[in-house]
Ligand binder design. Structure first.
Ligand code: BES
Ligand code: MN
Ligand code: ZN
Length: 507
């Protein structure tokens, strides 16, 4: 798809289709008003006859509108003007893209980007537009023998802005949006790939490919390397599987040579059967998504590289299957982690924290500016926050705030939960330094408490994406979240600290 930005009058666009919005009930948006004037009330006549109310998500395609240069005019319902917010803006764009893709035209000129969205500027609207296009047109059909080819797919989209002095920031925002969209797409593809294809080795290959095409450094540690480092809790998860585990390190160096890196750690369980604490059968297929944290790290690094952000970033991905083979770790086993602390494994299905804790110890060597881990860690997080918000826990309030803000800015929202010491009690073990589970109450928090014990040496935050990384049911599929949140977090840091000395305050 080709994208461009334009400022100009809707009736004068030589395009296959011009897209304008209609508020409910039957109220023309500013761009629709202009078209209506040029067309001698053609649109208001249609609305008066009752062909369109302007309900959110509805649309009406018109041909040969008099006084209009474009072949078609697409009216898109926006809902009530008073209630027009982010969600409605995204829904209108999605409806428009879907319609455009089904009509015969190669290109569309979209005026929805001129609409006012409360508290959002042009840059936000354009970035979101790029993301919505990617989301709406995304298909995962590479494993089907018959692809769902669109007869004449849309090839070119133009987003319009109301004033010429907005063109510059809109262009920048478009580039950012497309970079983030590309990162999300990679994250979705990896998430949607089944466990027999997307193995730890496949993730390692993907990391190598990103490194090669974008000039990043890459190290892939295999089982022997991990044994040498004493990553025993990670290896204890890998024992039940025939698939070799991989520990992936990707280094993006866009910042000054000495600047401390931001470290992203992504959970890369390519299939989580639960191990000996086997999961129940229904929906177990969805545990192929247990590497979405890893996928979001790869996607974010791709977006960052495309945007050429002036930061140093390290992506770290501990990756293995969690299977119940004959050599698998058993409930009650005690394992010594890389940090030297011992863990009693009371439930082999709480494996995410076991691979992450060794990764959190490993990343100490980077003297990180801060560390953010991303993991489909707990079913409890799905119960607490559903599929709307990502769970956020942190040992530093400034970092937590930064991530919450990035979530708001990108409309990829997170919600903070407390990481109070009181919860640490639940991890007491009679036989080791700690247990790997804390019982049913506050499952998301005790999982984070476990991780926090391995992240004491730096500023750290944890994103539990169990509810947000994929959708279940009829529309089953990876969402690409939280790539937008992470990308915004890093864009904000790049903006605030392009400082080459790397001497900014921590947090
Ligand atoms: N990958 C799962 C978490 C999960 C479950 C994500 C369902 C999305 C949907 C994780 O490894 C897991 O199994 N967690 C256990 C922890 C428990 C044993 C303490 C859980 O949440 O049930
Ligand atoms: Mn599990
Ligand atoms: Zn898991």
């Amino acid at each position: 798809m080709e994208f461009s930005i334009k400022s100009g009058s809707p009736e004068k666009q030589r395009s296959a289709c011009v897209v304008v919005g209609i508020f409910e009930p039957r109220k023309l948006s500013a761009a629709a008003e202009i078209v209506d004037k040029a067309a001698h009330q053609f649109l208001s006549d249609i609305l008066r006859r009752g062909d369109m109310e302007g309900k959110s998500g509805s649309s009406l395609l018109l041909h040969n509108v008099p006084g209009v240069e474009a072949d078609r005019v697409l009216l898109v319902g926006l809902g009530k003007e008073r209630e027009f917010r982010e969600k409605e803006y995204r829904a209108a764009l999605a409806a428009a893209i879907r319609q455009l893709n089904e009509t015969g035209g190669f290109d569309g000129t979209v005026y929805l980007t001129e609409l006012n969205v409360r508290k959002r500027d042009v840059a936000w609207k354009i970035r979101q537009a790029a993301l919505v296009v990617q989301e709406t047109l995304y298909r995962f059909d590479r494993l089907k023998s018959k692809k769902n080819e669109v007869r004449r797919p849309l090839r070119k989209l133009t987003f319009c802005v109301s004033r010429r002095n907005e063109l510059q920031s809109a262009e920048t925002a478009l580039a950012e949006g497309l970079a983030i969209a590309a990162g999300m797409e990679l994250a979705k593809d990896l998430g949607n790939l089944p466990g027999n294809i997307c193995t730890p080795s496949h993730l390692a290959d993907q990391a190598r490919e990103i490194a090669k095409s974008h000039g990043l450094g890459v190290d892939i540690l295999d089982r022997a390397d991990m044994e040498k480092l004493g990553m025993n809790t990670l290896l204890s998860v890998a024992r039940g599987s025939h698939e070799p585990p991989k520990f992936i390190v990707l280094r993006y160096s866009g910042g000054a040579a000495g600047a401390k890196p931001v470290v992203l750690v992504g959970k890369g369980i390519t299939f989580d059967s639960g191990g000996i604490s086997l999961k129940p059968g229904p929906e177990m297929d969805e545990m192929k998504y247990d590497m979405c944290g890893a996928a979001s790290v790869l996607g974010t690094l791709k977006a960052v590289a495309l945007m050429k952000l002036p930061l140093n970033i390290v992506g770290v991905i501990p990756s293995t299957e969690n299977m119940p083979g004959g050599a698998a770790t058993k409930p009650g086993d005690v394992i010594t982690s890389m940090s030297g602390r011992t863990v009693e494994i009371l439930n082999t299905d709480a494996e995410g924290r076991l691979i992450l804790c060794d990764a959190l110890t490993y990343v100490e060597r980077f003297s990180p500016e801060c560390v953010v881990d991303i993991a489909t860690l707990t079913g409890a997080c799905v119960i607490a926050l559903g599929n709307v918000a990502t769970g956020l826990l942190a040992n530093n309030e400034c970092l937590a705030k930064e991530l919450l803000d990035a979530g708001q800015d990108s409309y990829d929202r997170a919600w903070q939960m407390p990481l109070w010491d009181d919860y640490q009690e639940q991890l007491k073990s009679n036989f080791a330094d700690m247990a790997n589970i804390g019982g049913r109450p506050a499952g998301t928090i005790t999982a984070a408490c476990f991780l926090a014990r391995f992240a004491e040496k730096y500023h750290w935050a944890h994103l539990d994406i169990a509810g947000t990384a994929w959708r279940s049911g009829k529309e089953k599929g990876a969402t690409g979240r939280p790539v937008p949140l992470l990308a915004h977090f890093l864009m904000d840091r790049a903006r605030r600290a392009p400082n080459p000395a790397g001497k900014r305050k921590r947090g």
